[in-house]
Ligand binder design. Structure first.
Ligand code: VG1
Ligand code: CO
Length: 553
């Protein structure tokens, strides 16, 4: 093949958000749109680093992925990339990409230097929905802000991109390595099945040896898991028209099956779980019981050393994103663990893990993970929970009482107290109105001297969250507006960075209850008064015209 230089010019709005660039398919398929972003990424990494490198390109298989993969392969070839690794049919879960970048060794001994992940994650897919792309670094984690800022700057000045001419489309539906030659020498495309590398890694973490036997005993024998326990497990370009976000609103089928929501099954199983489009998010359910993600990471951290072989020598530390509840903080304090609070999004956990400061981390948005990779990992979370269930059920294996998911969570609350928690999302709000609401909240903070009183408690402190990375010293500002109350309650307001249209306001509401006789309440009911304070304080209805949120999690 030869290299074509194509003249181009900047296209507005290519700023990567919380997790890459996400736009409607119609936006992505505009002439030069994808090309500009990919070339801007190569330029941000620098030509010397790109030349001779090994690049992973794959995603969640959503609509437009197959075309995008062919384009990126041709651009990689033209920019001097030595080889591209592609998942069979272009499919690779986000956590699997992370694992592949870290662990896989090619037939010629090569290791990956980075990855383009083609996903808009929990956003719907299809010709009228979203596409997305993000770049992950050689550690398997999302590019840090230093790189994503550079990419954005490059998109604003781009004049040209490079693409191979005479390189045929690769058949990504068949495993194998194809070789080509170009101006820089040899170029290979390696199509392989990512599942085996990923499973190898997970087996070691959670289900090796005795834990595997427990999982089989509880999951298959005790709880009767069968083939029929899998719902919607065939990947589709448009996710079957559904919204691929694992929460109580969108995972309706599973929720009913677990005996919750509308039309609940009368005989639900003991354990259920769901993942999002790219399999990095998870929802954990017990029989008629929902585990709040903030509780989930705290419970995993509290039990990791005993229940999960990978952590048997101890946890290096734990971390959560700022809006995630403080349930994890209480565990960290109790176990005397290093603890970090980072901005929303997975890119901030990687530095901590690379520096050996963090083993387990999580977000309230159904993201949980560990330092086995540098992405959140839905399947890992399920295996972590299975390991904990197995551990807690050692006695039940000898005829004792079955310990359920609900028991485990309630025992946790009894020991550590409960953080009542809910998130209200106002989706597709007018962008101007959303900005005004945020500005109003910031302005209110300066009048704190006079004391913002509420029926719940007084506000002790209010600020905009700012993070200084303890490893590289980089600072991230304006990461959400916080109101911290004297009784430990918190209200957090943020604008979403993953949407493709309008603005989404997220309101996070949290209240701590230490008294174990009061930890069994319904969370919406317990949080009612604080919700009222939040809505009044923010003038939510006045600014947005909305009397209710789009989604409550
Ligand atoms: C949301 C979540 C955040 C998560 C991000 C990516 O971001 O709040 O916690 O890391 O999605 O998740 P935002 O900016 O919309 O609040 V995924 O599964 O879409 O990669
Ligand atoms: Co996701």
């Amino acid at each position: 093949f030869k290299v074509n230089r194509v003249e181009s010019s900047p296209i507005e709005g290519q700023k990567p958000g919380t997790s890459g660039l996400r736009k409607k398919v119609k936006v992505f398929t505009q002439p030069h749109y994808l090309h500009n972003f990919v070339q801007s990424t190569f330029n941000a990494l620098s030509a010397e680093k790109v030349k001779g490198s090994t690049l992973v390109v794959s995603g969640d298989g959503r609509y437009f992925s197959k075309d995008a993969i062919q384009i990126i392969i041709k651009m990689a070839a033209a920019n001097g990339v030595r080889r591209v690794w592609v998942g069979l049919n272009g499919l690779m879960a986000t956590p699997a990409v992370s694992a592949i970048v870290r662990e896989r060794v090619g037939a010629d001994g090569s290791k990956a230097n980075g990855a383009f992940i083609l996903t808009a994650s929990h956003n719907p897919g299809g010709p009228n929905e979203d596409f997305g792309i993000k770049y992950n670094m050689g550690n398997g984690g999302p590019a840090p802000e230093g790189i994503t800022d550079k990419i954005f700057e490059n998109t604003k000045t781009i004049k040209e991109y490079f693409i191979a001419e005479g390189l045929p489309d690769v058949d990504i539906s068949a495993i194998g390595i194809s070789n080509f030659s170009g101006p820089d020498g040899q170029f290979d495309i390696d199509v392989f099945d990512s599942a085996s590398d990923y499973v190898k890694l997970l087996n070691y973490d959670a289900l090796s040896g005795v834990a595997g036997a427990y999982a089989k005993r509880i999951f298959v024998e005790e709880l009767g898991a069968k083939e029929s326990s899998l719902l919607n497990c065939v990947p589709k370009e448009d996710f079957g028209g559904g919204h691929p976000d694992p929460n109580l609103t969108y995972a309706k089928e599973l929720v009913a099956r677990m005996g919750l929501g509308k039309n609940p099954d009368s005989n639900p199983p003991e354990f259920g779980a769901a993942a999002d489009g790219d399999a990095d998010r998870n929802m954990i359910l017990g029989k008629r019981f929902f585990v709040t993600p903030s509780d989930s990471v705290a419970i995993i951290a509290a039990n990791a050393v005993q229940a999960i072989p990978y952590f048997s020598s101890g946890l290096k530390g734990v971390a959560r994103s700022m809006p995630t509840s403080a349930a994890l903080d209480v565990v960290a304090k109790h176990l005397n663990l290093k603890f970090f609070e980072v901005p929303t999004g997975w890119k901030f956990f990687g530095n901590l893990m690379d520096a050996g400061l963090c083993s387990v981390c999580g977000e309230e948005s159904f993201g949980t993970g560990s330092d086995h990779i540098r992405e959140k990992d839905g399947i890992w979370a399920v295996l972590a929970w299975l390991s904990i269930l197995a551990f807690k059920n050692k006695d039940s294996l000898n005829g004792g009482k079955l310990v359920t998911v609900e028991d485990i969570v309630k025992q946790h609350w009894a020991t550590f107290g409960r953080h009542y928690y809910t998130r209200y999302d106002y989706e597709n709000v007018d962008a101007g109105a959303a900005k005004e609401l945020m500005a109003h909240l910031v302005k209110l903070q300066s009048s704190l001297g006079e004391g913002i009183r509420s029926d719940v408690a007084n506000v002790a402190n209010a600020d905009e969250f700012e993070y200084k990375d303890p490893v590289d010293g980089s600072v991230s500002k304006n990461q959400g507006i916080r109101y911290l109350f004297e009784d430990g309650s918190r209200l957090v307001f943020r604008l979403s960075g993953t949407g493709s249209e309008g603005a989404t306001i997220r309101l996070y509401i949290e209240q701590y209850e230490k008294d174990s006789s009061k930890t069994g309440r319904d969370s919406q009911e317990a949080l009612g008064p604080l919700v009222e304070v939040a809505l009044k304080l923010s003038k939510m209805q006045e600014f947005t015209g909305r009397s209710a949120p789009t989604v409550i999690t």
